[in-house]
Design a binder for this molecule. Structure first.
Ligand code: NOJ
Length: 767
């Protein structure tokens, strides 16, 4: 370093201290001052991390890099390893940095006590849990929440989950899952925000902020984890864990943006993924973890492997054995081993033999300790262990109200011919039919480990509140549920159609039929890929039989993925997409059906007409042979159109919205303003999601026909108008080229604005 540089740095240092001291005496609201304070606190943490690292043995460092699951009583007998040691013994000997699935203040405290009191350095454990959509009070599945396009509500939902989880002693969630999902066969689309990287990024950041709050050390905020890094949502043929092979353009422009957004938003941790990406398992991929994440993006938190994904590199055919897998993973930047039990067994030898550099161990351990300091665990390892909070803050009325709010906002009205909905509240006879109508478990969806079976408000219960109508319930068909929690398949009864006759009778005598059909809560999620995405079992037969008796049907769908329902789309007059909406499902659905809440959700994923169209997404490329054309040789199917059944961004309201006056103003440089007038032209107050798409017409790397680049959810009273404004600048107008450079290219851009990705006002500008 030159003398000049040292001089400049000293001046900066002096100014920093000066600003800091002014800040501490005046306590000013100056954001610059706050930043400086944070910087100094960060430096303080780095100093503490360094100090602690200097005291640690290699074994202790490797211990920090190890996570065990604990579906066992930490104070009772636990399974033994080959050396007759239990996981309990491992914690006591400092071989464990984190526990997964230990929850509840009593359990967490007992486990923490071992780490703090029995290990040489007393380094506290960090306690992880899959808090995916709520803890005990269950909110809608993440795909449903994304359909609300309401970032504040999504943030609040994550806050509620964090408050409950932290009250149960936890301080780390394995959420949000930010994998872009274009393939409805993949069961894990339920955990993400759908097919779009822009919406996905906004939702991801809202969720990170909700979990982590402004102060990670507060006892009601928890570390978030952006997962699964990367490419997991692009598994071939939608089969979970399958191979992923994508080019740089898709990786950089579609898959990575939500991850980058999380990193920029200060997410504490990342999780890598089970899949291989272009021939290298993500867990052992230095390009992803070291070059992109910790290099290009400057991510300072730590990366955990997925469950056993270090050892799975052997099955992938990438690692010869456990030792080799540990070497690959540690060198690639996987900082913590979730349940492969390999780092604890091999890393020491690998460091001693020079296969893994000690600096990498220090880096990984330092990152883990940093997060523990940020969580405040060194100040008080029991700061999340408060019995009074546990009693008060889990599953209370306030949280029930909060999840009801987002549940209503997540519902998407797909179809509403002849204003079938909302239902009249008086003097009607209603037939409620379907295997999911009185189900109190399915609406909770998958990934709700602390949510208890039979606790959701069913549709039946929700509708019963509207007691001026006569309600008759008939299941029609039943499904058989395997009660073991991790059952792989829910067996919809394929043969027993005996209930259909009674359902038809009930339907015949009704003014309106509400049918609740779809997927059991455990038919989507991890390991639940489906090759057929229609109504499982004999539900389609039930639907058609009831339709013969009474055509005035409102179909309420419960599902964790887009379904292909061409018959229903054509024949049934009203269709409501109600996903798996969590604890308050039935109330949310009833309020929408009766018009006490005017639906405002919009699809975050395209709904295909048939599974053969999958993957189907709105931001496709034009190709050299776009259509439609009369002759044969253009990109299309010969037996189904290219359009989805319901497009990305689609969702109706009980009112109507008119768009006018699309205005584009160039402000100089790469800065463009767009405004549009939106009028509530119907008779009911309502909310609309105003969506802005662009198309970069000619580019050095081809761009999609449409890309979402802005949206705003607005509230309009009947007859009211509003002007909605957007700004486009480098971030929205640019893209990554195949040299991984973010560029903005001059030329013509289309600007499209509307209430879905199809019906759009269009204009353009030249950059
Ligand atoms: C495997 C899943 O892929 C991951 O998302 C989850 O967080 C871990 N299991 C831990 O349960």
């Amino acid at each position: 370093m030159t003398n000049k540089n040292i001089f400049v740095l000293s001046i900066i240092g002096f100014c920093t201290l000066f600003i800091y001291s002014c800040n501490s005496t005046k306590n000013s609201g100056n954001p610059m001052a706050k930043l400086t304070t944070e910087k100094i606190e960060e430096d303080e943490i780095s100093r503490k991390v360094k100090q602690l690292l200097s005291k640690m043995t290699l074994e202790e460092k490797i211990g920090q890099m190890n996570q065990y699951t604990g579906f066992f009583d930490p104070t009772g007998p636990t399974p033994k390893d080959g050396n007759n040691k239990t996981k309990y013994d491992h914690v006591a000997s400092g071989q464990v940095g984190s526990m997964l699935n230990v929850r509840g203040v009593k359990e967490v405290r007992a486990m923490q006590k071992i780490a703090v009191e029995e290990t040489r350095l007393g380094i506290p454990l960090v306690f992880a849990f899959d808090v995916i959509h709520g803890f005990k009070t269950i909110s809608p599945i993440p795909l449903a929440e994304a359909a609300s396009w309401d970032l504040e509500a999504i943030k609040q939902s994550a806050r509620t989950a964090a408050i409950e989880a932290s009250a149960a002693g936890l301080n780390w969630t394995f959420a949000p899952m930010v994998d872009v999902g274009r393939d409805a066969r993949w069961g894990r689309v339920m955990e993400g925000a759908g097919e779009d990287p822009y919406l996905g990024s906004k939702v991801a950041v809202a969720r990170v902020k909700g979990f982590q709050g402004d102060d990670l050390s507060a006892n009601n905020t928890i570390s978030a984890c952006a997962k699964h890094f990367a490419g997991y949502g692009f598994s071939e043929s939608g089969k979970d864990y399958n191979t992923v092979d994508v080019g740089l353009s898709t990786l950089y422009n579609t898959i990575l943006p939500p991850f980058k957004a999380c990193s920029d938003a200060g997410v504490s941790t990342f999780m890598n993924s089970f899949n291989e990406l272009n021939g290298i398992p993500a867990t052992g991929d230095a390009f992803l973890q070291r070059e992109i994440l910790k290099g290009e993006w400057g991510f300072e938190g730590f990366v955990i492997s997925d469950w056993g994904s270090i050892s799975e590199m052997i099955a992938h055919g990438h690692a010869a054995d456990g030792k080799h897998a540990s070497e690959l993973a540690a060198n690639a930047g996987s900082d913590m081993d979730m349940e492969s039990h390999l780092y604890v067994n091999h890393l020491k030898e690998l460091v001693e033999s020079g296969k893994v550099d000690m600096k990498k161990i220090d880096d990984a351990t330092g990152r883990i300790l940093k997060v523990k300091f940020e969580l405040g665990l060194f100040d008080d390892p029991y700061r999340y262990c408060n019995e009074a909070r546990e009693k008060e803050e889990i599953y209370n009325k306030k949280h029930a109200d909060a999840v009801l709010d987002i549940a209503k906002k997540s519902i998407v009205l797909l179809k509403n011919d002849n204003n079938t909905l909302p239902l009249s509240k008086n003097g009607k006879s209603i037939a409620l039919i379907g295997p999911l109508a009185d189900d109190k478990t399915s609406p909770l969806g998958n990934w709700r480990l602390a949510g208890e079976d039979e606790t959701a408000v069913s549709v039946l219960e929700g509708l019963e509140k509207y007691s001026n109508n006569k309600l008759t319930h008939s299941k029609g068909v039943k499904f058989v549920e395997d009660k073991t929690f991790f059952h792989a398949h829910v067996n919809y009864n394929k043969d027993d159609k005996t209930g259909i006759e009674e359902a038809v009778k009930v339907a015949k005598n009704a003014d309106v039929v509400i049918m609740v059909l779809g997927e059991h809560g455990m038919q989507s999620g991890e390991g639940r890929s489906r090759a057929h995405i229609d109504l499982p079992g004999v539900q389609q037969e039930l639907l058609e039989a009831v339709y013969e008796a009474n055509k005035n049907i409102v179909l309420v769908l419960m599902n964790g993925r887009p379904l292909a329902l061409p018959w229903a789309a054509e024949n049934v007059p009203a269709i409501v997409e109600a996903w798996h909406l969590g604890s308050q499902s039935g109330h949310a659905i009833a309020e929408v059906l009766y018009g006490d809440y005017n639906p405002s959700g919009k699809l975050p994923m395209s709904f295909p007409k048939t599974v053969g169209q999958v993957p189907i997404y709105y931001n496709y490329k034009n190709t050299g042979r776009p259509g439609p054309k009369k002759e044969v040789f253009w990109q299309h199917y010969t037996d189904v159109t290219n359009e989805p059944q319901y497009a990305f961004g689609h969702g109706l309201s009980y009112t109507t919205f008119k768009y006018s006056n699309l205005l584009i103003t160039k402000n100089g440089g790469n800065n463009v303003s767009v405004s549009v007038n939106v009028t509530n032209s119907g008779k009911m107050d309502g909310e609309e999601v105003v969506q802005l798409y662009i198309r970069d017409q000619v580019a050095s790397v081809t761009r999609p026909v449409k890309e979402l680049k802005g949206f705003e959810k607005i509230n309009l009273k009947a007859g009211e108008s509003k002007t909605v404004k957007f700004t486009l600048s480098d971030q929205e107008l640019g893209f990554y080229n195949n040299q991984r450079k973010f560029i903005v290219e001059p030329g013509m851009f289309d600007v499209m604005v509307g209430g879905n990705s199809v019906d759009l006002l269009i204009d353009g500008f030249e950059l």
